[in-house]
Design a protein around this ligand. Structure first.
Ligand code: 0L1
Ligand code: MG
Length: 262
C-alpha cells in the first residue's frame, strides 16, 4: 500500500461527503497518482465502515464493468467490485430523487440472491448456480462522484464503483429455470426502447461475474453470505436519466421492473 491510514480515511470522508451532499469532485488519483489497488479497496472499505456506523445495513455486493459494452464506454478492460446498502434500494415502481444524486445513469442487470454462503478462492459458475436461491431483473442507478464521470479504475473502486441506487422486481426465477446467456433484455426510457442485450454480454454468463466477485472477496478475507443480493453488471452501456424520466427493464420470461426519477 502506498497511502497512509490518515489519507485513506480522508479520501473515504471526501467521497462519502460527495455522495451525501450530491456534489462531485476530481478523481482522487489526480492528487494521489501512486495509489495502488489495495489503497483503492481500502478507501472503499473505509467508506463502507463510515456508512454502516451511521446505521446503514449491508444487503449485498455488485460487480461492475462486466460487459464489453460497459468496458468500451468507460475505456477500461477489467471488472470492479463494490457493496450494496439497504439505503440504495428503491421499491419496484417507486421514485428515485434526482436531487440526491449528481448525474445518474441506469444499467439493466440480472440480480442473484444467494441461499448459501459463497466462498473463494476457486469459486466457479457451477458453485454460483448451486448457491443461488433465485435470479431477478434489476436496474442499477450509478452516480459517479467524479466530475463528468471522468475517472480511472482505482478512483472508481475507491468510489464504491459508482453505486447509488437499485431496484429489483418482476418474476424471481430459479437459476436453472432460465438460460442466463440467451435471456434477452430491453431497457425502456419513457416508453421508448433505448438499450437491448442478452445475458451473455456479461462475461459470457452473468454467474461468472458472481464467481469473480467471490474470488475477489476471498483475497480480502470476505465471503458472500447467504441471503445476499448481487448485481452482476450492466448488460448494455449505461443510459443517462433526469427528473421526469420513467425507466422500465423487461427481461424475457422474467417480467419487468422499473422506477421513476423525480
Ligand atoms: O456498475 C457499473 O458497471 C459501474 C462501474 C463503475 C464505472 C461507472 O461509473 O460507469
Ligand atoms: Mg452496474
Amino acid at each position: 500500500m502506498k497511502l497512509s491510514s490518515q489519507t485513506i480515511e480522508a479520501l473515504a470522508q471526501l467521497l462519502d461527503d460527495c455522495a451525501v451532499q450530491a456534489h462531485d469532485t476530481l478523481k482522487i488519483t489526480d492528487a494521489h497518482p501512486d495509489m495502488d489497488w489495495d489503497d483503492a479497496y481500502a478507501v472503499q472499505d473505509a467508506m463502507r465502515r463510515r456508512q454502516l456506523q451511521r446505521g446503514a445495513r449491508m444487503v449485498g455486493f455488485k460487480a461492475g464493468l462486466t460487459s464489453h459494452a460497459k468496458m468500451r464506454q468507460m475505456g477500461v478492460d477489467t471488472p470492479v467490485f463494490g457493496y450494496l446498502l439497504d439505503s440504495f434500494s428503491v421499491p419496484d415502481g417507486g421514485a428515485c430523487k434526482v436531487e440526491e444524486l449528481i448525474h445518474p445513469k441506469v444499467e439493466p442487470e440480472i440480480a442473484f440472491v444467494t441461499k448459501h454462503e459463497l466462498k473463494g478462492p476457486g469459486c466457479h459458475l457451477g458453485s454460483v448456480l448451486a448457491a443461488t436461491d433465485f435470479v431477478i431483473p434489476a436496474i442499477e442507478v450509478i452516480d459517479s462522484r467524479y466530475r463528468d464521470f471522468k475517472f480511472d479504475l482505482k478512483s472508481v473502486v475507491a468510489d464504491n464503483t459508482s453505486a447509488a441506487r437499485f431496484v429489483v422486481g418482476g418474476q424471481p426465477m430459479a437459476a436453472g429455470g432460465v438460460d442466463l446467456r440467451t435471456v434477452g433484455v430491453v431497457l425502456e426510457k419513457n416508453g421508448e426502447p433505448v438499450a437491448f442485450g442478452a445475458g451473455a454480454a456479461v462475461l459470457s454468463h452473468p454467474a461468472a461475474a458472481v464467481a469473480m466477485l467471490a474470488n475477489h472477496l476471498s483475497a480480502h478475507g470476505e465471503t458472500i453470505p447467504a441471503g445476499s443480493l448481487i448485481l452482476s453488471g450492466g448488460i448494455t452501456e449505461a443510459v443517462a436519466v433526469k427528473a421526469g424520466d420513467n425507466v422500465t427493464l423487461r427481461v424475457q420470461g422474467m417480467g419487468s421492473t422499473g422506477m421513476r426519477f423525480i
